[in-house]
Design a protein around this ligand. Sequence first.
Ligand code: 9Z3
Length: 343
Amino acid sequence: MADHTMQQAESHYFISNPPPKDLKANTTLAREFIGRHADEGRRVVLVTSGGTTVPLETQTVRYIDNFSAGTRGATSAEYFLQQGYAVVFLHRQFSLLPFSRHYSHNTRSFLDYMKEEDGRVVVDEQHQEEMLRVLRQYAEVKRENRLLILSFVTITEYVWDLREVAQLMRPLGARAMFYLAAAVSDFFVPQDRMVEHKIQSTEEFSQSAVAGAGTKPPAARTEGRSLIIDLEPVPKFLKQLVDGWAPESIIVSFKLETDPSILVKKAQYSLNKYAHHLVIGNLLATRKWEVVFVSELEGEKWIRVPSNRRTKSFSGIESLVGAADPLTKDETSFAGSGRSAVP
Ligand code: 9Z3
């Protein structure tokens, strides 16, 4: 797509898909946070995490979801914080959060970490050491006010938030990084093709009219006894991010596939198409144990957790990534570099 056509698609998207209700509040928080850290000379990273939804109805009962628990994003955010970054953590509501991820979303209740002692609640002996370590890191981040947590649910909320935060980070140039681990929908239902009410299972009760109806039928509708879902492509916002919203920043995107034979090709395609710094490829089935870095500087580079360390207690492949950073050729990692990591 030519650049002007892409820009037209972008402006059409923002005109026809209205901003989320909390955009203003999010922007105010982000402006203050980014401004303060920029003044203090800190690097700022936007970490996106979790999956975006595609609502089928305005009053949403049904939606399509994208797979992501938020482990990658929440874990990586902790490592960026350890390296001194200020982190804007834009995540899917209720997906994993940095620090609290150690005690949530598992089969164990957080209450299982506690016990009663002399009428007071205390942490069980066996969890003291680990929890103290996490708590100290968390307390330091809180004291320095280095973590801003924002949330999205739908693809449209995500795209509006991304654009807003990117534009606020633009003045930071190469001191700003985008680490796009969220699983983002490629297709969606535009506002002007969305039905207001719950889709009915029989045509008899179906709504024929769409809010602000154009000539096209609703994108999700019943025909006979079938549910028809006819989605439209989401404009390629990575292109806009790289070229328009934050052209000087460091941009790391992720590529998720399930077919091993196309992963590297797709990651290379993405790198060539958007001309950003790094694509990290991963397969759904093995994402916790192996990733491939694809960059112009180093081509294709696999990082693997040795098979004898692939246990539940392993701290995550994110802990190995700093050592393998292809954005810098020296000992500093892209999470740890105190200077420009632009190749
Ligand atoms: C990823 O590939 C992430 O690593 C995972 C992490 C979603 C697999 P979890 O949250 O999983 O730890 O459970 N994210 C990017 C997915 C994505 O939508 N990428 C787009 C694409 O593949 C490009 S931006 O087309």
